[in-house]
Write a new protein. Structure first.
Length: 419
């Protein structure tokens, strides 16, 4: 059997450029949700109108400023440049509107006219200078000296004014997020709830009555995290024992459900596994545990809402942040001095709770753990995940503070407690 080869390259040559399969009509079309499509179209229209409106407002404001500081003539040139910038945006919108349609080529051609507008402004200024005769501001007329540097600058700055609202609209979310991260405690929680509700189209005015609205599909998770040696596990256990509204996530057991466990393990779907390798924490173990336990409690006559509390090291906390279905109420547990971390870690190593490999010493293990503590503290400070911070010096006081922070997982407490 001889395979035909392409002359010069010796690559195999296909006998046909393509193949037809009997009764095969191609891949099934993905169904399109018309409601979502209409909503996105309306959102796009609002964004486009907003950009044009803001560009026009910025141009008008710049014209007033130019008139005040540089005179009426410069203001007129600036205004012409700003108008050219708005026209540029409008034609650019035509190109965007026709992308992927039958009129795409026509829209692209029409849109290319936008590059002419700044040139038209300069030509207009040059013609006005030539018609003014001896009153022309140009001292040495010539082919390339028909406008003054001031006139050229006014026209170009006016034209580029449309970029100012674009820049502000891109920078505003970053500034807003940074400002929210600087707000401490429950005040930050309220701001984040309002921003989250606004992004999902929820009436923000209703948050005063119920910050966790009934139409909210997010699952509230109390995240308690901190470096090793802070005693966060003790605090979480006290909270769960004292307040039945809080439950721990359900872990998947390799012995009781080996098939599911191995599937999750092979796919890398576990958020965390214990040291023995028997128990694993999955996404559904966090998001569905509260509802499952609540339904079991309701069957026994209890009607209280349940919230999952996760005792997480920093590694697990970073993974939980990526759960889009969860709204995290973050509590950071720490100590006020690095020496206290070191003292607690020394005691933990001395008790045998920390295994030491043959090629390591107690001192090397301690130094490694202290370095990790520093990295964990850096995450706790800069991540913006944690609305509340507890310095665990007195266990009873820390439990009280944790209960107060945990109360923000429930509507009534979040709406009545003061920051």
């Amino acid at each position: 059997y001889k395979v035909p080869l392409e002359r010069g390259t010796n690559r195999p040559m296909p006998s046909h450029p393509s193949y037809d399969l009997v009764e095969y009509e191609g891949p099934m079309a993905v169904p399109i949700d018309q409601t979502v499509l209409e909503a996105d179209g309306e959102k796009y229209g609002n964004i486009k109108s907003s950009l044009l409106r803001n560009a026009a407002i910025a141009g008008a404001a710049g014209t007033i400023i130019a008139d005040l500081f540089r005179g009426f003539e410069v203001a007129i040139i600036y205004f012409a440049g700003a108008a050219a910038g708005v026209a540029y945006l409008f034609l650019l919108g035509i190109k965007t509107d026709t992308v992927g349609s039958e009129d795409a080529k026509l829209g692209s051609n029409v849109s290319n006219l936008r590059f002419v507008f700044p040139l038209l402004v300069l030509v207009g200024v040059a013609v006005a200078n030539m018609l003014s005769g001896d009153a022309s501001p140009v001292s040495t007329p010539g082919m390339f000296s028909t406008v003054t540097p001031e006139q050229f600058g006014a026209a170009m700055i006016g034209f580029l004014t449309y970029r100012l609202p674009l820049f502000v609209s891109q920078l505003a979310p970053v500034i807003s997020e940074s400002a929210t991260d600087m707000i401490p405690g429950s005040a930050a929680m309220a701001v984040r709830l309002a921003a989250d509700a606004k992004n999902r189209g929820v009436d923000v005015s209703a948050l005063d009555a119920s910050p966790f609205g009934e139409d909210d599909n997010l699952v509230t998770v109390l995240l308690v995290s901190g470096p090793e040696g802070t005693g966060k596990s003790t605090l979480v256990n006290r909270l769960v024992n004292d307040d039945p509204r809080f439950v721990k996530p359900v872990l998947l057991d390799r012995l009781t459900d080996g098939v599911k466990f191995e599937r999750f393990e092979q796919r890398g779907e576990f958020l965390e596994m214990d040291a023995s390798g028997r128990f694993g924490l999955s996404k559904e173990g966090v998001l569905e545990s509260a509802e499952k336990i609540a339904s079991e409690s309701n069957a026994e006559g209890e009607t209280s809402r349940k919230v999952v509390v996760v005792d997480a090291d920093v590694g697990l906390a970073k993974r939980l942040v990526n759960l889009s279905e969860a709204r995290l109420v973050g509590v950071w547990i720490g100590l006020d001095d690095l020496d206290k971390f070191e003292s607690r870690l020394k005691a933990k190593i001395a008790s045998g709770a920390v295994s030491i490999q043959e090629d390591e010493t107690e001192e090397s293990v301690l130094r490694a753990k202290v370095r990790q503590v520093v990295k964990d503290i850096e995450f706790g400070v800069v991540s913006g995940v944690f609305e509340f911070t507890i310095l665990n010096e007195d266990i009873d006081e820390s439990v009280r503070q944790l209960k107060e922070a945990a109360s923000y997982c429930f509507p009534a407490a979040a709406s009545t407690d003061s920051p």
